[in-house]
Design a protein around this ligand. Structure first.
Ligand SMILES: Cc1cc2nc3c(=O)[nH]c(=O)nc-3n(C[C@H](O)[C@H](O)[C@H](O)COP(=O)(O)OP(=O)(O)OC[C@H]3O[C@@H](n4cnc5c(N)ncnc54)[C@H](O)[C@@H]3O)c2cc1C
Length: 429
C-alpha cells in the first residue's frame, strides 16, 4: 500500500463521503480518514435527508453525479415533498432514513471504488512544506502524503456538549472531539468562529402506545407521499412500503416548565457562546422567541425500521436531565415514555468561509518553525493516549500498519471490503 495520495479527506460524514466519492470518480487516489468505519455517513441528529434548502442541495449533488440522492432513495423509509402548497421553486424533498442502513449503503458504494483507501484513526496535524500542504499526520503518529487535503469534520472541532450544567468535550455523543486538528488548523492564523447546534432526547419505542394515542386523538398519523418522489434522477420508482410518523403538539405545561427553568438552560444562562443555525431552533428558543404561540409541532420519528429509538423532532434542548424528563412527560400521550438518552447542545469551531482567500498567506505562516512547534506541543497535550509521537513528517508509518482499531477490530488502513464487512444489502433496494 502506498503512503501517498492525490487527495486525503478528513471525516467520513456526509460531506467527506461525497468528497471522496467525487475525487475517486475523477480517477484520484483517495485516502478517506475516519475514526471508525461503523460511523460512515452517520446521521448525528435527525434521521432524515433533505428538507428545506438541504433537499435542493442533495439534488444539486445528485446532478453532479453524487451519492446522497441515490443512497436515500435506496434506503429511505418515508418520503415527503414539503411545501407542495407553494410554488415548485420551494418544493423540498425530505426522506426519513433508516440511519444504520443508509450508512452501510454509502460505505458499500465507497468500498466498491478501488482507488479509495480507509485511513482509520484521528487526523491530528496538517503538514506543510514550502507554503504548500503536503500531507497529514494522524494523532498516533502515522503520516501520509497528499497533494490536496479536504477537511470535513462537521461538529467535531473542539466540540463541547452541554446538558444543563454538565459539559463534556465530544464530537457527537460518544465520540471524542478533534482538539489536535483544531490546534493545527488554528496555527495557520485563520479567523475562527464558534457555532452551536442541538439534538432532542430519544425515547424508547416500546414505551409508547401509538395506536391508543391516535385512537384517543393525542397523535395524528403522518404518512409519506404516495407515490414517493425520488431524490435522484437516476433512481427507479420507489415501490417499498413506507412507515408512519406521528404528530403531536406542545401544551401550556411544556411552556410553563421551559419558562420556569430557563435560567438552567445553557443557551440562555451564558454558558453557550456559539450561535445556532437560523432554521434549527431549540425548544427554549421557540418558547422565548414566540411567546404568543400557544403550541408547537412535535413529530415522533423512528430512527430505523427495527430501531428502538424514537427521535422527537422539534424538541431539541440543552436543559438539565431532570427537566428534560419532565418536559417529555408533559407532552400529551408521552406521560409514560422512557427516555433512552437526553438531548444536548454542542458547540464547535469553524473557520470563517471567507478565509479561503488568504490560504496561501496562512500556509506560509503555518509552516514557520515556531508555529509547527506550537502545534506539536498543543497536540501532545491534548492527545488522550499521552504518547503522541511528533516526529518529523513522514517518518513513522510502517510500524503502525498492523495496528488494530480498538473500535472496529479492523486493520487501521483498509482498502475496499476486505475488512469491517457488514451486510450491505439496503432495505428494499
Ligand atoms: C447534535 C447535532 C444536531 C444537528 N442538527 C442538525 C440539523 O437539525 N440539521 C442539519 O442540517 N444539521 C444538523 N446537524 C449537523 C450535522 O452534523 C450535519 O447536517 C451533517 O452531519 C454534516 O455532515 P458533515 O459531513 O459536514 O459532518 P459530520 O456528519 O459530523 O461528519 C464529520 C466526520 O468527521 C469525522 N472526524 C472529525 N474529526 C476527525 C478527525 N480528527 N479525524 C478523523 N475523522 C474525524 C467524524 O468522525 C465524522 O464522521 C447536527 C449535528 C449535531 C451533532
Amino acid at each position: 500500500m502506498s503512503d501517498s495520495f492525490d487527495v486525503i479527506v478528513i471525516g467520513a460524514g456526509h460531506a467527506g463521503c461525497e468528497a471522496a466519492y467525487a475525487a475517486a470518480q475523477l480517477g484520484a487516489r483517495v485516502g478517506l480518514c475516519t475514526l471508525s468505519t461503523e460511523t460512515v455517513a452517520h446521521m448525528p441528529c435527525n434521521p432524515a435527508i433533505g428538507g428545506t434548502a438541504k433537499g435542493h442541495l442533495v439534488r444539486e449533488i445528485d446532478a453532479l453525479g453524487g451519492l446522497m440522492g441515490r443512497a436515500i432513495d435506496a434506503t429511505g423509509i418515508q418520503f415527503k415533498l414539503l411545501n407542495r402548497s407553494r410554488g415548485p421553486a420551494v418544493w423540498s424533498p425530505r426522506a426519513q432514513a433508516d440511519k444504520k442502513i443508509y450508512g452501510r449503503f454509502v460505505k458499500a458504494a465507497l468500498d466498491a471504488l478501488p482507488n479509495i483507501e480507509w485511513l482509520i484513526g484521528r487526523a491530528g496535524r496538517v503538514l506543510v512544506e514550502h507554503n504548500r500542504i503536503v500531507g497529514l499526520a494522524m494523532e498516533d503518529g502515522d503520516t501520509y502524503r497528499c497533494r490536496a487535503l479536504v477537511v470535513t469534520t462537521g461538529t467535531f472541532l473542539n466540540g463541547l456538549i452541554h446538558i444543563g450544567p454538565e459539559q463534556h468535550p465530544a464530537g457527537l455523543a460518544g465520540e471524542p472531539p478533534s482538539q489536535a486538528l483544531a490546534t493545527s488548523l488554528k496555527s495557520f492564523g485563520f479567523e475562527w468562529g464558534r457555532l452551536k447546534t442541538g439534538t432532542p432526547p430519544r425515547l424508547d419505542r416500546d414505551s409508547i402506545d401509538f395506536d391508543r394515542q391516535v385512537a384517543e386523538g393525542r397523535f395524528t398519523v403522518e404518512r409519506g407521499d404516495e407515490p414517493p418522489v425520488p431524490f435522484s434522477f437516476l433512481s427507479p420508482p420507489i415501490e417499498r412500503a413506507q412507515i408512519s410518523c406521528y404528530l403531536l403538539h406542545t401544551n401550556d405545561r411544556v411552556r410553563d416548565l421551559v419558562r420556569a427553568n430557563i435560567d438552567r438552560s445553557p443557551l440562555f444562562n451564558g454558558q453557550i457562546h456559539g450561535i445556532g443555525p437560523r432554521y434549527c431552533p431549540s425548544l427554549e428558543d421557540k418558547i422565548v422567541r414566540f411567546p404568543d404561540k400557544e403550541r408547537h409541532q412535535i413529530f415522533l420519528e423512528p430512527e430505523g425500521l427495527e430501531a428502538r429509538e424514537i427521535y422527537v423532532n422539534g424538541f431539541s434542548m440543552s436543559l438539565p436531565r431532570d427537566v428534560q424528563a419532565d418536559l417529555v412527560h408533559a407532552l400529551p400521550g408521552l406521560e409514560e415514555a422512557v427516555l433512552l438518552r437526553p438531548g444536548y447542545a454542542v458547540e464547535y469551531d469553524f473557520i470563517q468561509p471567507t478565509e479561503r482567500r488568504d490560504m496561501k498567506r496562512r500556509l506560509r505562516r503555518g509552516s514557520s518553525p515556531e508555529s509547527m512547534r506550537l502545534v506539536s506541543t498543543e497536540a501532545a497535550k491534548s492527545s488522550s493516549s499521552g504518547e503522541t509521537k511528533r516526529t518529523s513528517a513522514f517518518s513513522s508509518t510502517i510500524s503502525s500498519r498492523k495496528a488494530v482499531s480498538s473500535r472496529t477490530g479492523c486493520s487501521r488502513r483498509v482498502r475496499s471490503t476486505a475488512c469491517c464487512s457488514e451486510s450491505t444489502t439496503p432495505i428494499c433496494a
